[in-house]
Design a protein around this ligand. Structure first.
Ligand SMILES: Nc1nc2c(ncn2[C@@H]2O[C@H](COP(=O)(O)OP(=O)(O)O)[C@@H](O)[C@H]2O)c(=O)[nH]1
Ligand SMILES: Nc1ncnc2c1ncn2[C@@H]1O[C@H](COP(=O)(O)OP(=O)(O)O)[C@@H](O)[C@H]1O
Length: 400
């Protein structure tokens, strides 16, 4: 057989110091990658106990890494397999594929970028999802230009296609704004602590308040299989551009400063002082937006309907919107027995009987075209049923 699916604590290499006690082996898995042993799991099934420890074989030292991303809700029945050197694939036994396949990134571009920021070893969780979604859309522009209006029109016309990333902010809610829908309205100290804990993808101080996109906000949209829209300022757009996240960047311009002021005042949501501050900031935002090369597309929002049509065209929605995710319904329960066979890009999961030849449900998990990943979900997983007499055995024979 090829690479072992996982080895449990009693099979850990001898160099590991003694004295590690585990209450339940089904809650912990370990895997070797690049001279390090990653110990994933916990003493019980709860998410709280789900941790990651790393044993560096070259120094014989334990490392407690900074763990980013949203982790699985339970750690019951873990298998760990390594499709590559940059991430560990975790299969939770006895669960549905849409909640049972997770990645722990250990050396991806995102992890390396975060290691520089944190100054510690970093690992990051990312849930595996079937099918593909398109790159997130970042929309920026000065206050009052019509970003919210355009985004709302898009979400109303294509509710199953787009999802809005609900930002956190320390500014006070406007009359019609609802917590959790328009923004997560947050205390400054809480937001600062969460930023320090690595919960934010990006953040910036805008018009005197803190705004930020949490990793969770983007993951929630991905979980619905929708394309994520981020309405963020130019500084935030710059942070996303500098990160490992691929996105489409759109800047919305007003027809003139006079019209921008008219719209901002007509909206009637800001005090005079706030209006003046927003207009002052608009000048530098427009300079940066138009001339920095940061944005892939610049849209002039003169006539609303015309601008909306141009936005739709940019997003390829002028004809057939298509469907957000190509995910086929597939009812399988990942098996409880140790029946996983691992190749480089393909993992064969044997459900039902532990006797492979007698098994009537064999599934192939293809990880050859993964995309996305932490921060957010990992897309591009393909799971399909294979005939035990044909492809499954063929693949397994090649691995043997
Ligand atoms: N960097 C960043 N900017 C944000 C975020 N959410 C909102 N913003 C920006 O903050 C600015 C002020 O937003 P808001 O107070 O809602 O006012 P509005 O733009 O006049 O509707 C806008 O430029 C938004 O695009 C975020 O999560 N991160
Ligand atoms: N093309 C347009 N022409 C006239 N008014 C507009 C246009 N686009 C938006 N508005 C109006 O301008 C105001 C500001 O728009 P809004 O979407 O809140 O801007 P932003 O989200 O960029 O701050 C709103 O009252 C909106 O109805």
């Amino acid at each position: 057989m090829g690479e072992a699916p996982a080895f449990y604590i009693e099979e850990l290499p001898e160099e590991l110091p003694s004295g590690i006690t585990l209450k339940s082996r089904s809650c912990e898995a370990a895997i070797d990658i690049g001279g390090k042993t990653y110990l994933i799991g916990g003493a019980d099934e709860s998410a709280l106990s789900l941790g990651v420890r790393i044993f560096d074989k070259s120094t014989s030292q334990w490392i407690n890494p900074t763990v980013l991303g949203t982790k699985p809700k339970t750690c019951k029945g873990l298998w760990a397999v390594s499709p590559g050197q940059d991430r560990v694939l975790i299969i939770r036994k006895g669960s549905q594929p849409d909640d049972g396949i997770w990645f722990l990134e250990v050396d991806t571009p995102y992890v390396r970028e975060q290691e520089k920021l944190h100054g510690t070893k970093v690992v990051a969780w990312s849930k595996g999802m079937r099918g593909n979604t398109q790159k997130p859309i970042v929309i920026s522009g000065p206050s009052g230009v019509g970003k919210g209006t355009l985004v709302n029109k898009l979400m109303e016309e294509f509710p199953s296609f787009f999802g809005f990333s609900v930002s956190h902010t320390t500014r006070a809610p406007r009359v019609m704004e609802k917590d959790g829908i328009h923004y997560h309205f947050t205390e400054k100290s809480v937001m600062e602590r969460d930023i320090k804990d690595g919960k934010f993808l990006e953040y910036a101080s805008v018009h005197g308040n803190l705004y930020g996109t949490s990793i969770e906000a983007v993951e929630l949209v991905a979980d619905e299989g929708k394309r994520c829209i981020l309405d963020i300022d130019v500084q935030g757009a710059r942070s996303v551009r500098a990160s490992s996240i691929e996105a489409m960047f759109i800047f919305i311009c007003p027809p003139s400063m006079e019209e921008l002021e008219r719209r901002l005042r007509a909206r009637g949501t800001e005090t005079e002082e706030q209006v003046l501050k927003r207009l002052r900031n608009a000048k530098s935002e427009l300079e940066q937006g138009v001339s920095s090369g940061l944005f892939d597309h610049i849209l002039y929002n003169d006539n609303l309907d015309d601008c909306y049509q141009r936005l739709k065209k940019l997003l390829g929605l002028d004809g057939n919107a298509g469907s957000a995710v190509q995910s086929l319904p597939l009812e399988i329960n990942l098996p409880l027995k140790d029946s996983v066979y691992v190749g480089k890009n393909k993992i064969i999961i044997c459900c039902g009987s532990s006797e492979l030849k007698e098994s009537h449900s064999l599934f192939a998990l293809d990880v050859s075209s993964l995309n996305g990943g932490a921060p957010g979900r990992t897309r591009g997983l393909t799971i399909y049923q294979v005939d035990p007499c044909c492809e499954g055995l063929e693949v397994i024979n090649k691995l043997s």
